[in-house]
Design a protein around this ligand. Sequence first.
Ligand SMILES: [Zn+2]
Length: 140
Amino acid sequence: MIFLKCSTDCRSLVRLVHENSNPQYPEYSNFLSRLKTFDSYPTRSRQDKYSLAECGFTYTGTGDLVQCHYCGVLLEKWEENDEVWQQHAMHNPECVFVLLYKGAQFIENVKNEFNNITSNNRYNNSQVHICKSESYDVVG
Ligand SMILES: [Zn+2]
């Protein structure tokens, strides 16, 4: 591999990863250890624990409140149509876990979609069920 150039974007990404290279809860870095926290997860929840664990979340033991092991963001009140990665990226676009798994372009897209919605309904044709997430309580 030959490293040709580094754009400003790339540099800020490198800095982001560098400054956040340690997860807040390193004991949950692995998928199975996260999945285990969902043992008491309510079965009536609208999101399945496998998707949540895959997207970096651990179960907090309260309602359907989950927390990212990496950035510590807390999300609850999941809807059936929520796309977990998308919600994660939207509520913390700086999460390095999302960045590493989904890439910068994915986060950019989510941000753009979210901006379009918040800047008053220019996003009517959306197939993305992001609007619902306004009911989310984000702590931290
Ligand atoms: Zn995160």
